[in-house]
Write a protein that binds this ligand. Structure first.
Ligand code: ADP
Ligand code: MG
Length: 246
């Protein structure tokens, strides 16, 4: 039986950018608007996600339309799902099932500042991924080593990692970034701190595929979604915006 859905407060969101896509009112709307696979909606319901939070209502359409996004909202407002759902939906079928040419190698990368946060993101992803053969790898030394096998490496859909772990996997040839279509910096304020900046910039520069979708999410005591930054290099997106509380 589906678990009881938890109603989360729908916060007020301010969106900045050109042609901002309209927010959704409910998750099922995504099936109509974007032909989102019914399995995702089923997974949401079974995991008790009744209604989209504010950041999800605004952020999911923006990312689903292939726009870049910087999203800022307080802790606990559902930013993880706001990017995981549209990214999984845009990936289409898991690489292992796909007959279309999706290229070889990982297509989505989520970077987080700590192992603990990466682990939480992975858990959230497993809920959404139920019922399909997604290969989502929570990076550690051991799971990265599994990618020494090219057959495994070619069919990975998503990697969730800290920057340092990913950089060392790139250096040892376990990961190649040329097929990456979606890149997320979770807790971007920390990711762009001096501790991680060099590694993050190296990863951003390595995602050389044209039109790679970039996003960052961040905690902040006001809520704002920024779109229309498609041609802005990620380091600029992340450093040039200032936010004021409403
Ligand atoms: P943030 O990254 O903004 O701090 P999280 O993505 O970690 O927030 O989400 C906080 C909690 O809320 C998680 O336990 C998550 O499963 C839950 N959650 C997210 N979206 C919803 C929703 N639409 N309805 C109910 N619970 C949700
Ligand atoms: Mg978070």
């Amino acid at each position: 039986a589906p678990s009881t859905s938890t109603a989360m407060p729908r916060q007020r969101v301010t969106a900045k950018g050109q042609n901002v896509p309209q927010a959704i009112e409910s998750f099922p709307e995504l099936a109509e608007r974007y032909e989102m696979n019914a399995q995702f909606l089923k997974n949401l319901e079974q995991n008790g996600y009744g209604e989209p939070t504010g950041i999800q209502a605004h952020g999911i359409p923006i990312l689903h339309e292939g726009r870049d996004l910087a999203a800022i909202s307080p802790t606990g407002t559902g930013k993880t799902l706001a990017y995981l759902l549209p990214i999984l939906s845009l990936l289409g079928l898991p690489a292992v099932n796909s007959k279309a040419d999706v290229g070889n190698g990982v297509r989505a990368i989520i970077l987080a500042p700590t192992r603990e946060l990466a682990h939480q993101i992975h858990n959230e992803c497993l809920k959404l991924a139920q019922g399909r053969k997604w290969r989502v790898v929570l990076f550690s030394k051991a799971t990265a080593n599994a990618l020494n096998d090219k057959n495994v490496r070619d069919k990975v859909d998503m990697i969730i990692s800290t920057p340092l772990r990913l950089v060392s996997a790139i250096q040892s040839g376990q990961v190649e970034l040329s097929n990456v279509r979606h890149l997320v910096l979770d807790e971007a304020d920390r990711m762009l701190d001096t501790e991680f900046l060099d590694q993050v910039q190296e990863i951003v520069a390595g995602c050389s595929r044209e039109g790679v979708q970039k996003g960052r999410v961040q905690c902040y005591p006001s809520i704002r979604v920024v779109v229309g930054l498609k041609d802005t290099p990620l380091p600029l997106i992340t450093q040039s915006l200032t936010y004021v509380a409403d």
